[in-house]
Structures are given as structure tokens and as C-alpha cells.
Write a protein that binds this ligand. Sequence first.
Ligand code: DX5
Ligand code: ZN
Length: 213
Amino acid sequence: MLAPSLLAADFGNLEKEMSWFNQSRADWLHLDIMDGVFVPNISFGFPVLKAVARLCQKPLDVHLMIVQPEKFIGEVKALGAYMMNVHYEACPHLHRVLGQIHEAGMKAGVTLNPSTPVCVLEDIIQDADMVLLMSVNPGFGGQKFIEHTIDKVKSLRSLIERTGSHALIEIDGGVNMETGRRLREAGADVLVAGSAVFGAPDPLKAAADLASL
Ligand code: DX5
Ligand code: ZN
């Protein structure tokens, strides 16, 4: 599956971006919300995303790179989001937060920074619908893929198999045709790609190529 990240889109022409996107082979639209505290950057907030949600006909995969993401469950739900991803590093009471996301009627994803090992998921994997492994340090698009992520995908795949969890594996950062192919081989289910799709000369073709990996 493919979830192109809006972060690399032309914000001056969101209507045009969403019109090709709706016709593309992408499965979900990935939305990166930043607060300038959890990550050293700020992207876009809910007023902008409301406009995007109106234009987008595919499920929304919302990635919150913010402290206390549980404060915004209502806002994410109001967008009509399918999946809400919170960072493990931002949630001391992760089990409660995943429960609150489920109660709101959304799928719940747990995100790990590159420096957080997969083994911390041991006691939460049964409650997660997805694990989002960051393959760059979150906050910016267009960064170089961190190679160690391939090993993390393999460890996560064996944790999922061993525990009988239904969680999907999603990877975010530096994904292109080359890294994407290796990630799929290692066991990734969903690839996020910003610059490799919205920044491509032919985004429709780029989405089709990445979706077919
Ligand atoms: C990074 C974001 C990513 C970003 C990926 O903080 O979470 O979703 O948009 O961008 P690329 O694909 O350009 O690395
Ligand atoms: Zn993201």
C-alpha cells in the first residue's frame, strides 16, 4: 500500500494536487501535523486540513508529531480520519490513548522514532492497528533514509507473527523506488512517500510505480 505525504505538496494549489491524487493508485493520504515542540518544525493545522479533507476522496492517515496528541482526538476524528498515529515517545499512557482513539471510532497507530527500539512494543502491539516506523528523524521531508530501518522492519514482522497481532507495518521517511523495494521485501505493508510522489515530475506515474512495489 502507498500513503503519499501531503507535506511535499504545492500548498498554493491544493485543489489541483488533490484532483490528480484522487485519480491515482495511492491508497491513503498521509498528513503530518507538527507542533514545533515534539519536532523542530511546524507544518499545518486543522483549519488547513479541513479544506484538504473536503477535497480528498481517500482515507486519511494522520501522523501527529506533537506532545499530548490525545488532546486532539476530537479534531482528528472531525476530519473524518481513518487512522490516527501517535508517537510512543509522546505518550506516557499509550494504552489509554489507543483506547481513546478506538472509542472515537478510528484505527490507532503507534509511531517509533529511529532511536526507539521495536522491543518497546512488546506490551502494546495487541492494541495497535498499525506501527509506523520513522526511517528519518521526524520534522522534515526530503531526508536521507536511515538504513537500520530495514532491520527494524524484520524485528517488527517477527514480533507481529509471534504475538498474532493484526498490526500493519508502515514506514515513513526517505522512501523511494529503491528503499521502497527493500522495505517491502523486509515485510513493510504501507509506504509513506512525500518528495518521491508530490515532488516527482510525473506524480501519477510515481504513485503507480510505488504502489506496485
Ligand atoms: C517527516 C514526515 C514524513 C515526510 C516524508 O517528519 O513524517 O511523512 O513527509 O517525506 P519524504 O518522503 O520526502 O522523506
Ligand atoms: Zn509522517
